[in-house]
Design a protein around this ligand. Structure first.
Ligand SMILES: [Zn+2]
Length: 459
């Protein structure tokens, strides 16, 4: 292909949300990831702005993994005319089905609540898309294998390599004519408690690398794993309180349950009822159970049996019954950044009381309630009113499924050849810049932090 090939950073530039990268060569337009902007209002407003090109003109969409900040803009594109196939690994598509339905549900719910409560900031709050738009998106999905070149026609091929971040996650290597671009997607740590580890993708002329933790190093615990969680659970349960664990439905809920199961088996925490109160988390748990090939130990989810009193509450009635149950227990519920879902009800009930504890289990983006709690805010806004925070709030940073700065450098250094340019994406400004400095100093490569909507040539 002799025409220029360009890459446009439509999201995930200077932010960890809204990942969208448009590759254009000749008349081919390939979108890699279709993430929703979350958190800060100035970013969320971009979800409602017209897309950079007419969505009907997109030829293919390639997904790295199922997280909403990489997939949940898809139904908005379909609503506005997109009919391109959406390619990803099979587990990613199974999880994306859940993620997109949930995203539509949350938007419709938030819109309804805002109208009824009269606290909407918009005169006419309408969801970005609804379940019908999601139903129109699902038939476009095409499952693709790991580690195989998939011919998408007109000189475009794509290959998915395990990224060890969540089930199905991959880095995507794209060939357009004579040029190659590698999208890291979100990268996991070198090991994962349940999933097969990430692998080294093929070399590419241009590499995009995520930088969520570009300025940070995970602290390896000197003693036993997850001591913060173990101490918080033991202290709170013995004091007669409840432990609320906001956890992302995908992977984090599995990892939290895995850790709790270990701790109970080892006698590090009291045997206590554990409630998973999130319909989405339960659906995700089923997908994890159905892909034993992707697990380190192909035993599916036998470890779940190490939690003697595990309660799964799919129905709203069962969830509501928890409101009147003040006995000591552990409630795992989503969303992980406290931006929606049933966890909001548990927080509203638990936060005003000192006996309870909230354990945050991951990255909390700027502008989210989770970030406010992590930063020690004494009040957060729930259902249109401010709720005092008297409960203890702790963060267990060991649950991260994101590579830290050392992991990111190692992933780059392992690539079979030096790229011409590395673009550092999917990080807040400080993280991206810190990683840029390390890449330049330690690898001696050209590293750039692109700005939102920047266009670069990659041919
Ligand atoms: Zn992710």
């Amino acid at each position: 292909m002799s025409t220029p090939v360009t890459l446009t950073f439509l999201g995930g530039a200077g932010t960890v949300t809204g990942s969208k990268f448009l590759l254009t060569g000749g008349d081919r337009r390939v979108l890699v990831d279709a993430g929703l902007f979350q958190g800060l209002k100035r970013l969320r407003l971009r979800n409602r702005a017209p897309f950079a090109v007419d969505p009907a003109l997109l030829d293919d969409v390639l997904l790295t993994h199922a997280h909403a900040d990489h997939t949940a803009y898809l139904p908005a594109l379909v609503k506005h005319g997109m009919s391109a196939p959406v390619h990803a690994t099979r587990p990613t598509l199974e999880l994306a089905d859940i993620v997109l339905r949930d995203a539509a549900h949350l938007q419709m719910l938030a819109t309804g609540d805002a109208i009824r409560g009269g606290y909407s900031k918009h005169a006419d709050p309408r969801p970005l898309y609804d379940l019908d738009d999601v139903e129109a998106t699902l038939p476009l999905m095409r499952p693709r294998p790991f580690d195989d070149d998939v011919d998408l026609g007109a000189g475009v091929t794509a290959r998915w390599t395990r990224a060890g971040h969540i089930l199905g996650s991959a880095s995507v290597h794209v060939t357009v004519g004579d040029t190659t671009v590698l999208f890291s997607g979100d990268l996991g740590r070198s090991t994962h408690p349940m999933l097969r580890p990430r692998q080294t993708p093929p070399a590419a002329r241009t590499v995009l690398v995520e930088s969520t933790y570009g300025s940070r190093l995970h602290i390896e615990p000197e003693g036993p794993a997850h001591e913060v969680l173990a101490e918080a659970v033991s202290t709170t349960i013995r004091g007669g309180g409840q432990v609320i664990i906001p956890a992302f439905a995908i992977d984090r809920t599995e990892a939290v349950l895995h850790a709790l199961a270990d701790m109970m088996a080892e006698g590090r925490i009291p045997v206590t009822p554990v409630v998973v109160d999130s319909p989405m988390s339960l659906r995700v748990l089923d997908v994890y159970r159905s892909h034993p090939d992707e697990m380190v130990e192909p035993t599916g989810s036998e470890w779940l049996q190490r939690i003697p009193d595990l309660r799964l509450t799919p129905s709203t009635a069962e969830s509501k019954a928890l409101n009147d149950d003040h006995r000591p227990m552990i409630i795992v519920s989503s969303s992980g950044m406290c931006e929606g879902g049933r966890v909001l009800h548990h927080l509203a009930r638990a936060l005003p009381h000192r006996r309870n504890c909230v354990v945050l289990t991951g990255y909390q983006a700027a502008g989210t309630r989770g970030r406010s709690l992590a930063e020690g805010s004494r009040r957060i806004k729930l259902f249109g009113r401010y709720t005092p925070v008297a409960a203890r709030v702790v963060s267990d940073g060991e649950f991260s499924v994101h590579a830290d700065a050392d992991d990111l450098i190692a992933w780059l250094a392992d690539l079979p050849a030096e790229p011409e340019t590395v673009y550092i994406v999917h990080g807040e400004q400080r993280s991206s810049q810190a990683l840029q400095e390390r890449i330049e100093q330690e690898l001696g490569w050209t590293a750039v932090v692109p700005t939102m909507d920047e266009v670069v040539r990659v041919d």
